[in-house]
Design a protein around this ligand. Structure first.
Ligand SMILES: [Zn+2]
Length: 196
């Protein structure tokens, strides 16, 4: 091998390593377990004694797309569905169209499934928000972000497990958390139940 050929091979090997390192390991970003946060949690899912969500699996299949049920690393601080009124007799609470995952400090948020970025912008109430379109029927939304992944823009293709931003408290939020929605045919579904 000539010096120049050796150098070319070295560069090729380096490129391969760099490409491999940047490719997301399937579902490595999503923990095996999910817990409910300490204290009162509205619409809390069923758990075991250690507050682990009962029957939890990190991914599900919804209308042909494999999606993470909790695309960041934290605990459930509010479940999907009608929230109970704060005071007895206060009437029905507002409906919660997503799953809230509290992360404390800002943590990476990952694309829940393969798709195309439809929006990455601020939207009233949601704050900094990413919307991913997975197919004709399925979208996922990620709200209250503190930051978008550098360079992320509408039209970008993303793979499941690829970082898209970081949790935050932008918009109508009182703690650093991810508000995560799975939207099927225009309707929000419970991320912990969708695809079952
Ligand atoms: Zn929420």
């Amino acid at each position: 091998m000539t010096i120049s050929a050796r150098r070319t091979a070295g560069v090729a090997a380096f490129l391969c390593v760099a490409a491999c390192a940047s490719a997301p390991a399937p579902d490595a970003a999503f923990g095996e377990g999910l817990r409910v946060c300490p204290g009162h949690v509205s619409n809390a899912p069923r758990t075991d004694a250690a507050r682990r969500v009962a029957g939890y699996a990190p991914v599900t299949r919804v209308s042909g797309i494999v999606l993470a049920r909790a695309p960041t690393d934290g605990c459930v601080s509010s479940g999907f569905g009608p929230r109970r009124p704060r005071k007895a007799g206060g009437g029905a609470g507002p409906f919660h169209y997503g799953l809230d995952i509290y992360t404390g400090a800002p943590r990476p948020v990952y694309a829940a499934g393969d798709g195309v970025v439809e929006a990455a912008r601020s939207l009233r109430g949601y704050g900094r928000m990413v919307l991913i379109r997975h197919n004709d029927r399925v979208k996922t939304r990620y709200a209250h972000l503190s930051a978008y992944e550098r360079g992320l823009a509408p039209g970008d293709r993303v793979r499941r497990g690829q970082p898209i931003g970081r949790t935050g408290d932008s918009g109508n939020a009182t703690a650093v958390h991810l508000h995560y929605e799975i939207i099927v045919g225009g309707r929000a579904r419970d991320p912990l139940a969708a695809g079952r």
